[in-house]
Design a protein around this ligand. Structure first.
Ligand code: NAP
Length: 383
């Protein structure tokens, strides 16, 4: 039995991971989890999984009375502590945003296995996560569908054999539509192929999500930006591909459902012995692949520039994204005006090479304040 700590159990990726734990109760046990503000779901999960540890944003006096056997912890300290628990060798991070960085680092500083969907932590602090994994004997297994596909395809291959890694992108809801003032929030939140949390759905419509995934792949596979290609693949069935110097292409396909990468990541290094959620049927749909339109999706181009310049800019990119998406969801900025804010902040932010952890954490905070101030200052011009 493998004891699992799940960070972000009440979110979209969290619920896919819970489905795996539910499906294999003899193999995995939910030893502890973190939620944040969703108390109803937290109560339901405690009843179903009887965990030993639960972390919430803040104290709720009724919960320790309702569940006296559970140890409750709170806030950022709780998040850090739950990653250290020695009885649980595996931590799955389905946290959103830079909040996931310190818990991921804490997990690896304790020599554990980190299964990670939280791309902002990898993009901003991936170098430190890799260093910690090496130093303390931990491991990093990606959970994002594209990166899990690449992780699987690369297995057993030498780095010199790899010519290019390919991340596929659905193209989002505006692949075949102009991006202009007529776009509504409802349209942005209607992803054509994936059912995901609101934040990543907006990020996918902008294709900034794919830009972050390019940097995520650089961190995970230690390859430069120009070896990581993005191809639009509207069917979202092939998640990643690699081309080798010998001219072979290897593609990995499965349905667009986060339970597939979750299943494979949790079973790794073993291969799952069955496919409990069905399989990809190659006779169902033809597969298309084509180059993205970098003019129509300028944030994909900007992310590539940020990837090349590196330093603090990946952190700034994530920070701007967190704030801008939140402001978009609160109707404070129109969808088609979002790229301008990114361009402004990235161009203005003073970059440095090889930042330390502390400098990254400060840049995250500063860039968030700067972005919020800019959006507030521009007010109606952005709506
Ligand atoms: N959704 C997908 O299909 C998908 C696919 C690939 C990769 N990813 C990546 O996976 C990550 C999670 O995405 P998601 O869509 O699952 O997000 P989500 O649905 O918004 O879930 C976020 C989780 O984090 C918790 N949370 C919120 N604020 C927090 C804070 N300040 N500190 C600690 N916990 C906090 C939430 O708790 P409460 O709900 O209780 O407040 C929830 O459990 C992102 O980095 C995303 O890019 C997502």
């Amino acid at each position: 039995m493998e004891n699992i700590i799940l960070l972000g159990a009440t979110g979209s990726v969290g619920s896919s991971v819970l489905d795996i734990i539910r499906t294999y109760p003899k193999r995995f046990s939910l030893y502890g989890f973190t939620s944040w503000s969703n108390i109803d779901k937290t109560v339901a999960l405690i009843k179903e999984f009887s965990p030993k540890y639960v972390v919430l944003k803040e104290k709720h006096d009724s919960l320790p009375l309702l569940f006296p056997k559970v140890e409750f912890m709170y806030g950022e300290e709780g998040l850090k502590y739950i990653c250290q628990i020695s009885d649980a060798p595996t931590v799955v991070s389905a946290l959103l945003g830079m909040n996931g960085f310190i818990p991921a680092l804490e997990t690896l500083n304790h020599g554990k296995k980190l299964i990670i969907a939280n791309k902002e932590a990898l993009v901003s602090g991936g170098k430190f996560l890799q260093e910690s994994a090496k130093k303390y004997g931990g491991s990093i297994i990606p959970l994002d569908s594209e990166h899990l596909a690449l992780f699987d395809l690369i297995r057993g291959k030498q780095k010199q054999e790899i010519k290019e890694l390919v991340l596929t992108a659905s193209g989002g809801p505006f692949l075949y539509r102009d991006i202009d003032a007529r776009i509504t929030k409802k349209e942005v939140l209607k992803h054509p192929t994936w059912n995901m949390g609101a934040s990543i759905t907006v990020g996918s419509a902008l294709m900034i999500n794919k830009g972050l995934e390019v940097i995520e792949a650089m961190r995970l596979f230690d390859l430069p930006e120009n070896q990581i290609k993005v191809l639009v693949h509207p069917q979202s069935l092939v998640h990643g591909a690699i081309s080798t110097i010998g001219g072979h292409w290897h593609l990995l396909a499965s349905p667009a459902d986060m339970r597939y990468p979750a299943l494979h990541a949790l079973f790794y290094p073993e291969t799952p012995f069955e496919a409990p959620f069905g399989e990809y049927d190659p006779t169902l749909k033809s597969l298309e692949f084509f180059e993205p339109d970098y003019n129509k999706f300028p944030l994909l181009a900007l992310s590539r520039q940020v990837a090349r310049e590196d330093g603090l800019l990946p952190t700034v990119l994530c920070a701007v994204m967190e704030v801008v998406i939140e402001q978009f969801l609160q109707d404070n900025i129109a969808f088609h005006k979002i790229p301008d804010i990114f361009q402004e902040i990235i161009q203005e932010y003073p970059n440095i090479t090889n930042p330390e952890i502390e400098e990254i954490l400060i840049a995250d905070k500063k860039a968030k304040i700067l972005t919020l101030e800019r959006i507030t200052y521009k007010g109606n011009d952005l709506r």
